[in-house]
Ligand binder design. Sequence first.
Ligand code: ASP
Length: 344
Amino acid sequence: MLNRRKFLQYTAFTSAMLSVKNSAAAALLPTKSTLVANLPVVISTWDFGIAANQAAWKILSIGGRALDAVEQGVWVPEADVKNQTVGYGGLPDRDGRVTLDACIMDEFGNCGSVAALEHIMHPISVARKVMENTPHVMLAGDGALQFALENGFKKINLLTPEAEKAWKEWLVTAKYSPVMNIENKSYGKAAPQRLPGNQYNHDTIGMLALDAKGNLSGACTTSGMAYKLHGRIGDSPIIGAGLFVDNEIGGATSTGVGEEVIRNVGSFLVVELMRQGYPPEEACKEAVMRIIKKKPQTAKEIQVGFLALNKKGEYGAYAIQKGFSFAVCNQQKQDILIPGKSYY
Ligand code: ASP
């Protein structure tokens, strides 16, 4: 027998189905691409998500809260000196400054964010403190740094010798102007093969977790687009763009050229599509299609990928370009990397 809640969910789903009947969207509901994991589960963008998921799993597997899992999970790439797109070791902006963007969201719809934060190893934890200890959602630049230092975070130099060398090599040919999607292009000896999705082109970590109690949280953290203009903020710290979580429905996160994600409020869109009944992969695909439809020429040159997890533990991803992958960790499939489907 259906209880009231299930009945309401069921009728909401069937009326959503009816409302999209005869439309293109009807063909998307539901499909074989649905991947289901039992609780708890954690998923993350890119192959560095494997190590991050393992850290998150330590918390989830003992009944811990998804919020703690995502925070501690993304600490791994944030602290990884070899990872040139997240946290410490990240490539700097055009002026040689490493500026970090991060946000976090819990099962109650609380959220916190920092943008263009310098000198702090774990921006995600500063974002969590903004969420929990202030009446605000977002702090940026010097104010975010001041808040971090007042809350006991240590000031460090985030620019490693390797990242500095890569920046100086870039300066030689780049004529001091930022290039869209530079991460995907060859430049300098420090990172000779930056093709979409290869080992040098790992971008933001976006992580979504569903804990044993069935609660969702998400985290997103990055050093942003390499050699961006100083002060540029991407999608990653923007709630609804780089990350969105609705504990009734699911969560979504993004990676790639943040400007296109912001223009389409990408992660919010994915969650709202899931609310209408789209399975996670199809919701991600539809969000990607919006980007392609609005700017077909730009889309040929850039990468954007979305990753989504719904309340039932179903997950999926979709990207513009080949090469996007995501990591999944749960009881059955611990630590697997799944190639994301793509338009091109
Ligand atoms: N989305 C990030 C940004 O635009 C970077 C990335 O994932 O490549 O800042």
